[in-house]
Every structure is written in structure tokens, then in C-alpha cells.
Design a protein around this ligand. Sequence first.
Ligand SMILES: C[S@@+](CC[C@H](N)C(=O)[O-])C[C@H]1O[C@@H](n2cnc3c(N)ncnc32)[C@H](O)[C@@H]1O
Length: 279
Amino acid sequence: MLAFQDTVEEPSEEVPAGLATVPACGVRKGVVESFGVHRFPSPTARRNPAARSSIDYLQGTGMNTVREHLGPSQWDTWYRERRSVDRLVTDAEAIRFLRHVAPSAGASVLDVGCGIGSFSRQLFRWGYNVQGLDFSPVAIRIAERRGIREGLRYGVHDFDAGAIPTTLQPRSLDLIVCRNVLPFMDHHRFLADARRWLRPGGQVYVLVRVWPERGGEPHDRPWQRGFTEEQVQDLQNGWAEQERYWLGRHTALFLAGEHRGSEQCAGGRDADPPPAARP
Ligand SMILES: C[S@@+](CC[C@H](N)C(=O)[O-])C[C@H]1O[C@@H](n2cnc3c(N)ncnc32)[C@H](O)[C@@H]1O
């Protein structure tokens, strides 16, 4: 029950039967996009006689280790080769998300590094006014092909290099979603900006893969980049309100409240302790 197998894993908790439909907090009925198992290489890549292994893929892009920067052209290649599938929102994630965030009609959300927009569309179904930004033009084209509407729009933007878009004004956002994206960015700089964009009471949602040690990611799969436990705790520093839980080897964070110096950090509450043994 997962998709985008390389970044989102099957949640470790039991999902109650019949929960493919998630209540939409009285705004819109929200149906989580259906699940599927995406194996690597994807079925599309397997059918394609020119399909390449992940190592070939990396060599083809001039990228050999996970420590190298993944730029827009590498992500373009990733999306062009359909290595991501459009079915990555699991019930367990959606249920937890809605427990922590109560969408109110028209609340503004930024989906950072939105890729092909799977979570953006889900947010739209839950009633948000969504802006999905990603530096991969290929991903954004795919997202747009899957539907743009009033309240669901996309744009190409590099959060590390681009000038801040005019759509991101101080105190203009209710929610900022960073799903499997912070390890690919200058996340300290980004979060400093993000704090300014949040309205009072606004939240940041982070989903990230956790690795036991820095550089623990498989070298032939740079798209599996994540954070160590220490880096996750560093992310939590300075937020007055923090909630955290585990989804398989990913951790999810809800951060809110006035930023305080890390020395004043309240210390987050782990809603769920991590599983005992995590490779
Ligand atoms: C692992 S994918 C996650 C996509 C999506 N958030 C999801 O949950 O499926 C990481 C995405 O981050 C984007 N990305 C990486 N660095 C970025 C940056 N500096 N600015 C904008 N997008 C970036 C990539 O293009 C890619 O679409």
C-alpha cells in the first residue's frame, strides 16, 4: 500500500478497514488518491526497451553519489522517465494529517517542491486554496495536466536560488507543506523565509525519511535523501508547538507557534515512539 516507493513507505501502523475515504472536515468530501505499489524500475520503465537501471540513470545525469546536488534537470529526467507515480498519499498519512490540521474553507497552503502535485490535489479536495511550487518544469507540466482550477495552481520556482515569488507575502499562508523535500534544499534558509510567510496560528507540515546516520542513503538512489534523527530534532527547535509521529521510516512533524530561540525550545512531543529497530 504505497506509491513512490522510493520515498514514501508503507505506514507501520494498522489502518482501519474502509478508510480509503477521509472526511473532509466539513469542507469538501476528500477521497485519498488510490494506492498502488510502485516497484523500481517502474512498469513503464520495464516496458521501455531503453529503460535504464538506477545506476545508469545516475551516470546519465552525471550524478554519482547522494551528496551531489540534485538540480532541476535531474528531477526533470526523473519525472520524464515516470519514476514517480501519482498515488502517494496513504490513508495513514491522511488520517494523521487531518487530526492535526483542520482545513477551513479557502485557507492558503503552499506545497513546497510539490512534484506532480499529488498532495496538492489532496489538499485542494480538503478545501485548501493551494499553490504548488517546484523547480522541475517537467513535474509542474504534469501537475498542471492533471488539473488546475481556481484554488489549485502551480508554478516553477527554485526555493534555493529564485527570488521570492510575489505570491508569497509575509503572513499570507495558513499552512506550508514540505513533503519529502527539505533534505534536497537549503532548509535552514527556507524555514527562515517560511516563518515570515505564515499567518499567526499557521502551521508547517514536514514529512521526511529518517536515516540512522548522515550519508546513510543508498548511493545509487539519491532521491531517497532524508535526515538523521539529530537533523529532525534540529528542525523542531524554535517552534512553540510541535507534534511528531512516524509513518514507516518517515517521520511527520507539525510545527507552529511563534519562533523562539533554540535555547528556549519547548521540546517536541513524540506522539508515537519510533519503532525499536530502524535500519
Ligand atoms: C522527492 S520529491 C517530492 C515531491 C512531492 N513533495 C511529494 O511528496 O511527492 C522532491 C521534489 O522537490 C523538488 N525540489 C528539490 N529541490 C527544490 C528546490 N530548491 N526548489 C523547488 N523544488 C525543489 C524536486 O523537483 C522534487 O519534485
